[in-house]
Design a protein. Structure first.
Length: 604
């Protein structure tokens, strides 16, 4: 509820009271004379009264001729008859008196009424804040679409996400000149999905795109679509696109897309939540309804792309995804430099040192850190923010983040570094493996504590047994490294093991590559993991004997053990290299192909 409405309501309440007062004064001071009861009795005896109406407390009547004041109407308050007689005997002039009921009226109903109006307003207000709209907002959905003609943000405000920026530059070019862009028949993506954990700068990036292209920025949050009334969300989507189309070229940004875009039929509202479904359908309709030459580009952000409805990700919709990941150390230095510009710093403040203290921090965490350090310095009464303030602020924030379980402790980071280096080294040392593209110990997604990306140099359609074995050795390289360095096994390798087991099973049962079982296809066309569950209800999967099943298990075991031992042998032989590269990875957090080549080259 806004100020305007509030003002209106108070205005009505004041007017209401005003009328009430006027009426009170009027009734009493009209052409009605208030006469003492004794006078009434006298008039009665004198026969001057034409008619009279009797109520519990009052007598109200008309006189045959007017009183000296000109009134013919009169009112008298009754007095108990016995008592009146007595007073009359002694010729006393007397009148009844009734307490004013004005105060009682207020207490008995006006105050409760005001009270209830108050409660009602409070509830409306709460609904407005909570549900992103509420009762008062129905049909006024325009109020919830945020429009910024100029976001005032450009790419220089977003640091440490260079890859994402590169991908979005194309969209900036397009928005600057939509017609020129389509001249050669090039087609822009309509929708780009920014994927990454909260606080990594997705909103900031979207704003920067609008700022760079100097186009208006329309934004709305997916969670605001989750309304209490069916149809409101869909109306809002329609509204949003209508407004944006009128001002194209423009950017539409939908934050938290997963709140509306959740796959239909998943989650606690499975099958029943019409509202979300309608909203999602409307969104799809709008997406299909505009072509990119209209100059609209839809950006959306999510940190859970895996739960999105597949319909959203189809070609012609959000068919491009841009990863916005947590920054590595270099990225953190750049982000700190952006935010440190606004603070007054002591000479000892070193962004690199701060970045070293903050592995796992997102851009938002770093912005928060700078703010916190500034506050600490202000509270101290100092005139510049010192390194000490930053150290204290880091401690505070880390404590908060650890509760949310997002940061690894130093020992875990070390283990993850050796694990990932294990994958990378085995891949580099085995001939014919896909080259390592990137190694990182920055947690990604749910469960992955680090990652190693290999990129094939060419498309592959055939693989030999040896190549499959090498691939398994690479996958087991992480666990092998932990085994070599720490002599332990950890849960960090669960995903690797699942993939290795799949490969090993395929070698035995699909590709017929073992001597023991021969060139026999035992499992034809293995179904995907999901379909397998369904199939379990129907036909039996296998048509071989239990002995064969035992033999398959034995062969799988043998193949995996061999691959693991191979990886262990390799890493033991290159133990020094493993140490050196893992240390480098710990320090830099991400290594690319060139870094790895340098490190390996030196020791070779
Ligand atoms: P998201 O949308 O990914 O949750 P935001 O874009 O809302 O994250 O980021 C919140 C704030 O954190 C930003 O306003 C900015 O101050 C800071 N921030 C986040 N990422 C960056 C970055 N890459 N560079 C600079 N500042 C950042
Ligand atoms: Zn691994």
């Amino acid at each position: 509820m806004n100020k305007q409405t509030q003002f209106h309501i108070w205005y009505w309440i004041a007017a209401f009271f005003g009328i009430l007062m006027l009426q009170y004064v009027f009734v009493t001071a009209q052409q009605v004379a208030e006469v003492p009861y004794s006078d009434f009795e006298r008039y009665l005896k004198e026969g001057r009264i034409a008619e009279v109406a009797v109520s519990d407390n009052y007598l109200q009547g008309t006189l045959k001729e007017a009183l000296p004041g000109g009134q013919t109407q009169f009112i008298a308050t009754r007095v108990e008859p016995d008592f009146a007689e007595k007073l009359d005997q002694y010729g006393v002039r007397f009148a009844g008196r009734i307490e004013s009921t004005f105060l009682r009226d207020i207490l008995s109903w006006i105050i409760p009424a005001v009270f209830f109006i108050g409660i009602w307003m409070f509830i409306l207000q709460r609904m407005g804040a909570g549900a992103g709209g509420g009762l008062m907002q129905i049909g006024k959905s325009k109020a919830k679409v945020y429009v910024e003609a100029d976001t005032g943000v450009d790419f220089s405000d977003v640091a440490g996400v260079d890859e994402a920026k590169d991908e979005l530059k194309e969209i900036v070019d397009f928005l600057r000149d939509p017609d020129g862009y389509g001249r050669l028949g090039g087609r822009m993506p309509k929708g780009v999905l920014l994927v990454g954990p909260p606080g990594t700068g997705k909103t900031l990036l979207a704003k920067a795109v609008a700022g760079e292209a100097k186009v208006p920025f329309f934004s709305i949050s997916g969670s605001e679509f989750v309304e209490m009334f069916v149809g409101v969300g869909a109306a809002r989507v329609r509204d949003l696109f209508e407004q944006a189309r009128a001002r194209a070229p423009a950017i539409i940004f939908i934050d938290e897309l997963d709140a509306v875009g959740r796959a239909r039929g998943i989650g606690p509202f499975a099958g029943g939540h019409d509202e979300k479904e309608q909203t999602l359908n409307q969104l799809l309709v709008e997406l299909d309804g505009f072509d990119s030459s209209s100059g609209l580009v839809l950006l959306a952000a999510t940190n859970r792309p895996e739960i999105l409805d597949p319909a959203l990700l189809r070609a012609g919709r959000f068919d491009r995804q841009v990863l916005v990941d947590r920054p590595d150390k270099k990225g953190r230095i750049q982000i700190l430099e952006v935010h440190l510009k606004k603070a007054k710093l002591g000479v000892d403040v070193d962004p690199e040192q701060i970045a070293a203290l903050t592995p796992g921090f997102t851009g938002a965490d770093l912005a928060n850190l700078v703010n916190e350090a500034t506050l600490l310095a202000t509270r101290r009464g100092a005139d510049a923010v010192t390194m000490e303030d930053f150290n204290n602020a880091v401690e505070r924030i880390v404590a908060g983040l650890e509760k949310r379980n997002r940061l690894l402790n130093p020992r875990e980071r070390e283990i993850v570094a050796y694990h990932e280096m294990g994958h990378a080294l085995v891949a580099s040392l085995l001939p014919g493996s896909d080259p390592v593209h990137k190694i990182s110990i920055i947690p990604r997604g749910v469960g992955a504590l680090g990652y190693t990306i290999q990129r094939p140099t060419e498309d592959r359609f055939l693989m030999t047994l040896e190549e499959l074995q090498n691939k398994m050795a690479v996958l087991l390289g992480g666990r092998a490294a932990e085994w070599v360095v720490y002599d332990h096994l950890s849960t960090g390798a669960a995903d690797d093991l699942a993939r290795v087991t799949d490969i090993a099973r395929a070698i035995v049962t699909r590709y017929g590559m073992t001597e023991k079982l021969g060139h026999v296809a035992l499992d034809r066309d293995r179904q995907s993991f999901l379909q397998q569950g369904e199939a379990a209800y129907g036909q039996p999967q296998h048509d071989y004997s239990d002995e064969t099943a035992d033999a398959i298990d034995g062969e799988i075991r043998r193949i995996i053990d061999e691959a693991f031992n191979h990886a262990v042998r390799l890493l033991k032989a290159h133990r020094e290299l493993l140490e050196k590269t893992a240390r480098a990875l710990l320090a830099k957090e991400t290594l690319d192909a060139a870094d790895l080549k340098n490190l390996m080259g030196e020791s070779a």
